[in-house]
Write a protein that binds this ligand. Structure first.
Ligand code: PFF
Length: 476
């Protein structure tokens, strides 16, 4: 007996859930700082071009493959390429990658929760101390916060697509938008905010190097949650009355809009704290910015709005990041959960127990890799250095496999699935798609230059990360 697959209840619910996946920690801090360091307005323009010319067709392909097959990513690969072992490697990669990314993302999310709780309890002054982060990540509190994060995600996912994921996104995403706009409005009233805006927005074409272009594409691809099996999985829960091209455009606009707006908050805040700062000095790592740099900025607000006011702003920021991280975490864990449900015929709760159990174990290993246990702290040697378990997961799954997965999905939809069939799927729920420019563009790009670009990015990352060989620097 086949039971009907669950579906999102409404188009807006689907868009909010998928945008919730796409809007994550990368949007709120990583993007603004990268933009400011790498050419301001010029970077923004290149990023936006990549979102719409490269990432959008891949998102449509993932959503269409999911909706047509009605399956998790492994099931989708098997549906389009039955009994083909080589293709099912792509399917397995699209299940394992999100599982591993979820492991380290859960660790970062629990840190955000830990900071939020500390700030609400009146400890902003402690949190702003540069030594706090190192102590906190190696304290036993992290296990408590990991349990809380797992509990929240468990609660959302066990309620299913409509009652869990969709309801959660319908609450968290609008709240996130409102908090973001309110924080931008507040920050723009601070002294020297204009200097931050200047750095963020004024184009500087001289900073645009091949490495920056490569970085912009990688960031856009990651930011839209591509290559992680998420859009295939969410596509499988999408109603056939909804337009895939239209929804994909909304998700991309929402994700890029939040990333852009976050820059209007972060850079003016940095400049009002220190008008002489050179953004080049800022770390590119979202982690060090969120946990060591920004708390100092929040504490400095004490002189203008008092300690409670400063704590309120800081807590709002961490709550914003927490919502962004939770909606992303929920989406990524749903991928292996749907895999276990479809492939092994398990119920949602059983699948959650299997995936949740494995994830907690590996997340604990990650949490132990910052000095607590030397086996995990010095887990591997490659690329000229000793790497922790946490670093290894980031380098392999986050940095390297994502573009490979993107390449494989383009090849799958273009060369295993009849292209005319894919177009039929994209036409469902969209009266204007047939014969449109978008249709011709998606068809051409997915079968030609997009997979080539993604494969080159994959090769470049392997060379750089594991062999310390910078292909781009050698070539240009
Ligand atoms: N688009 C997400 C972000 O910018 O953070 C990417 C993501 C990461 C989604 C991790 C899900 C996830 F668990």
């Amino acid at each position: 007996m086949t039971t009907q697959r669950e579906e999102f209840g409404s188009r807006i619910g689907f868009i909010l859930a998928a945008a919730g996946s796409a809007v994550g920690i990368g949007n709120l801090v990583g993007f603004p700082v990268n933009a400011a360091k790498n050419g301001g307005g010029a970077f923004l323009l290149i990023y936006a071009i990549f979102v719409f010319t490269v990432c959008l067709p891949v998102m449509m392909a993932e959503l269409a493959a999911g909706r047509k097959s009605n399956k998790n990513p492994l099931g989708a690969y098997q549906y389009f390429a039955p009994n083909q072992k080589l293709w099912s490697i792509g399917g397995w990669l699209s299940l394992i990658t999100p599982f591993m990314i979820a492991v380290f993302y859960a660790v970062i999310t629990l840190w955000v929760l830990g900071y939020l709780v500390a700030i609400i309890s009146g400890d902003l002054n402690l949190v702003a101390n540069p030594d706090y982060f190192g102590k906190f990540i190696n304290s036993s509190k992290v296990f408590l916060y990991l349990a809380i994060i797992t509990g929240i995600v468990w609660y959302i996912l066990q309620s299913g697509i409509k009652e869990g994921i969709e309801k959660g996104a319908k609450f968290m995403m609008p709240t996130l938008f409102i908090m973001l706009v309110a924080l931008v409005a507040f920050v723009l009233t601070q002294d020297n905010a204009a200097a931050g805006l200047h750095f963020y927005l004024v184009p500087d074409a001289s900073k645009i190097t091949p490495a920056v272009v490569n970085g912009a594409l990688g960031q856009a691809f990651f930011s839209l949650s591509l290559g992680m099996g998420i859009m295939i999985t969410y596509g499988s829960y999408m109603s056939r009355h909804n337009s895939i091209p239209g929804s994909a455009k909304m998700i991309a606009i929402c994700d890029t809009g939040v990333a852009f707006t976050a820059g209007l908050m972060i850079l003016p805040a940095i400049f009002s704290f220190n008008p002489d700062i050179n953004p080049e000095e800022l770390s590119s790592s979202s982690v060090s910015l969120i946990f060591t740099f920004l708390p100092k900025i929040f504490l400095a607000l004490e002189s203008s709005i008092g300690y409670i006011g400063a704590s309120f702003i800081a807590a709002s920021f961490f709550l914003l990041v927490l919502f962004a991280a939770l909606t992303s975490l929920v989406s990524i864990i749903e991928v292996p959960v749907s895999g276990v449900m479809d492939q092994l015929g398990k119920t949602r709760k059983q699948a959650l127990t299997i995936i949740g159990g494995g994830m907690i174990l590996l997340s604990v290993f990650c949490a132990l890799s910052f000095g607590l246990v030397s086996f995990f702290t010095e887990f591997a040697i490659y690329g000229g250095g000793i790497k922790s378990f946490f670093d290894l997961i980031i380098d392999v799954f986050y940095e390297t496999i994502l573009p490979l997965n993107g390449f494989l999905i383009c090849m799958l939809v273009s060369y295993r699935w009849k292209r005319s069939e894919m177009h039929k799927e994209l036409e469902k729920g969209d009266d204007n798609f047939h014969g449109s420019f978008t249709e011709r563009y998606v068809d051409f790009s997915l079968s030609t230059f997009i997979p080539v670009i993604l494969f080159l990015i994959f090769l470049n990352t392997v060379a750089l990360k594991f062999f310390s060989f910078d292909v781009i620097a050698e070539l240009f």
